[in-house]
Design a protein around this ligand. Structure first.
Ligand code: FAD
Length: 413
């Protein structure tokens, strides 16, 4: 007999896992489906996040790889560093995070089917039959009242045909997990280090994050599009990662444990389809990822939390459809996402190397709290406030100088 669920969620990323966890916790019968057999199989995300993510989503210590209390940004000619005496954030273990969320689903009575690939779905009246392909076996059919697209950038359910997709801003990221000696690890421990500028990563950025003792995440991401100045004949992304290892870490003796990566497809102006009949999309599938820094874990989980409330109301017949969900997410993201998109285009596709150096030199005049506000809370008004402060300092310095000069000349006369 065909198995039946209230909700089937396709994709056990942070968004799908959190949505399934919320629904299972509310006593709803849930199936979470993932195409990969293990959570290590697509361990692609660097997973840096501010500290509040742990409390906001009630995440336990084992999903944390390491903590950070320092930010370092390096461009071609400039290096700036901000340090705090308290912990500012975490670098999560992406595999353990998704494994934990899936574990919560089963603990609360839901089902998790790894190694099952979504093929298609067919809706009749208020029920949908979903075709899944277990690895090495014949496809099977399962029935559901609500279907959730949590397939990330693939958006396999909401856009079954590629031609229907909106216009994307696309980035590709690759990361090495490397094992290093104590002193190399200590030089990067407790710190998120970002690299900007044409020397390190033309048309993108690169990074070094501490994963766990003696293991670093070293990665680079490039954005698609025609740069205003640079020619489009860049070296492969992996060359930029090796540049960090040779020129910044200055090591030959390391062991590469893993190479992983993925694409981000961000819909310009948030033009994604958010729901259709009893199908609703969450996480990267509705561009919940911020395109400036490619940070998407907590935003994907936030979208999942909101969607799970709409799904519960729909199942309880308190709403006829998911109208309002798109507006709800836009209220949460749209304003800062639109500005982030503009800033990303400028930094990655317009600016000269000198302009990036100047921008970083300016950022270096801001306090740690202001930099965190800009990078993680997208409060870009802090930039103009900083400009005003510098201008004020310059003006007051100028008047002081004039006053001193006038004082001196009146004493002479
Ligand atoms: C290189 C890189 C570095 C990043 N670094 C950070 C970072 O430091 N901090 C941060 O917050 N964010 C980071 N991100 C972004 C973040 O990882 C994503 O925003 C987040 O993973 C999105 O979660 P999601 O659940 O929406 O989608 P995903 O995590 O992409 O999960 C989608 C899941 O769906 C599954 N799936 C797809 N198609 C099917 C199918 N047909 N059948 C069954 N299963 C399917 C996939 O296998 C996958 O497991 C990074 C992204 C990249 C690419």
């Amino acid at each position: 007999m065909m198995k039946s669920f209230d909700v089937i969620i396709v994709g056990a990323g942070p968004a799908g896992g959190h949505c399934a966890r919320q629904l299972a916790g509310a006593g709803i019968s849930v199936l979470l489906v993932e195409q990969h057999q293990t959570f290590e199989a697509n361990n692609f995300s660097s997973s840096a996040t501010p500290l509040e993510t742990l409390t906001q989503f009630d995440l336990p210590a084992p999903v944390v790889g390491s903590f950070w209390n320092q930010l370092v940004i390096v461009s071609t000619q400039v290096r700036k560093q901000w340090q705090s005496s308290s912990t500012l954030g975490a670098v999560l273990n992406f595999a353990k995070l998704r494994e934990f969320l899936a574990g919560e689903v089963t603990k609360q009575g839901g089902e998790v089917w790894l190694g099952h690939r979504y093929l298609s779905h067919d809706s009749q009246e208020d029920e949908t039959v979903v075709m899944l392909k277990p690895q090495g076996k014949e496809p099977i059919a399962v029935r559901t009242r609500v279907l959730v697209d949590a397939t990330g950038a693939a958006r396999s359910l909401i856009y079954p045909r590629r031609q229907q997709r909106p216009d994307f801003f696309t980035g590709t990221g690759i990361e090495y997990l490397i094992q290093v000696d104590d002193s190399t690890y200590q030089s990067c421990a407790e710190s998120l280090t970002f690299f900007l500028g044409h020397h390190w990563m033309p048309q993108g950025y690169s990074w070094i994050f501490p994963m766990e003792r003696n293991i670093l995440k070293v990665g680079a991401a490039r954005y698609e599009g025609q740069h205003q100045i640079l020619q489009d004949n860049y070296p492969p992304i992996k060359q930029s990662i090796e540049l960090l290892i040779q020129d910044y870490l200055k090591i030959d003796d390391y062991h590469r444990l893993e190479t992983h990566g993925s694409n981000l497809h961000y819909s310009r102006g948030l033009q994604d389809i958010y729901y259709q009949d009893n199908l609703i999309a969450i996480g990267d599938a509705v561009s919940a990822v911020n395109f400036l820094g490619g940070e998407g874990i907590r935003h994907g989980m936030a979208s999942a939390q909101i969607a799970s409330e709409y799904i519960q109301e729909y199942l309880a017949s308190r709403r006829a459809d998911f109208a309002g969900y798109q507006t709800h997410l836009h209220q949460q993201f749209k304003r800062s996402w639109d500005i982030s998109e503009q800033v990303a285009k400028k930094v990655y596709l317009d600016y000269s190397d000198r302009r990036i150096d100047q921008g970083l030199a300016y950022l270096g005049t801001l306090e740690l709290r202001e930099v965190i506000d800009i990078l993680f809370y997208y409060r870009f008004e802090k930039i103009t406030k900083g400009f005003r402060r510098i201008l004020w300092r310059k003006l007051t310095g100028f008047w002081q100088e004039i006053r001193q000069k006038l004082g001196r000349s009146s004493r002479i006369s």
